[in-house]
Design a protein around this ligand. Structure first.
Ligand SMILES: [Zn+2]
Length: 138
C-alpha cells in the first residue's frame, strides 16, 4: 500500500500570459499586455496594466549565460561552415561575424531576460533560504 506525501507534490503553476509571446514582445509575465522593460534591459517597477510589482524579478546572469552558449554555438557552427566551404580571408570573417554576433546577442539578451523573469514569476521561484521552525514554507 502506497501513500502520497502531499508535501512532495509541487504547487500548481500560476496562471500567466503566454510565456513565449510575452518574452518575445517584452510584456508583463502576468497579464501579457503591460510593458516589462523601461529601457533596453531595465525593468518597469510596476506593470501599467495589472499592477504587478516587478521587484521579485532577479534573473541574474542567467540570460547572459544562455545567450552566450546559444549564440556562440550558432556563430561558431556558421563560421566553420563558411571556412570549410569557401575559405575566405580572415578579414571577411571579421566583417561578417562581428556584426552578426553583436546583433544576435543584443536581440536575444532582452528576450532571454523576459523569458527568465516570466518563468520566475510563473513558478514563484525565489532565492533559496533555510526554513525556520515557525516558517511553514520550505
Ligand atoms: Zn501586467
Amino acid at each position: 500500500m502506497s501513500q502520497i506525501d502531499p508535501s512532495a507534490v509541487p504547487p500548481p503553476a500560476r496562471a500567466t500570459a503566454a510565456p513565449l509571446a510575452a518574452a518575445l514582445l517584452g510584456r508583463c509575465p502576468a497579464c501579457g499586455r503591460g510593458k516589462l522593460f523601461r529601457g533596453y534591459l531595465a525593468l518597469e517597477p510596476r506593470c501599467e496594466v495589472c499592477g504587478l510589482d516587478t521587484g521579485f524579478a532577479d534573473s541574474g546572469d542567467g540570460p547572459a549565460v544562455f545567450v552566450i552558449l546559444i549564440v556562440g554555438f550558432l556563430v561558431v557552427a556558421a563560421v566553420l561552415f563558411v571556412e570549410v566551404r569557401w575559405s575566405p580571408p580572415y578579414w571577411v570573417h571579421g566583417v561578417i561575424w562581428l556584426p552578426t554576433i553583436l546583433i544576435l546577442t543584443l536581440a536575444a539578451l532582452r528576450i532571454a531576460k523576459a523569458a527568465m523573469i516570466g518563468l520566475q514569476y510563473r513558478h514563484d521561484a525565489r532565492e533559496g533560504r533555510i526554513a525556520g521552525p515557525r516558517d511553514p514554507r520550505p
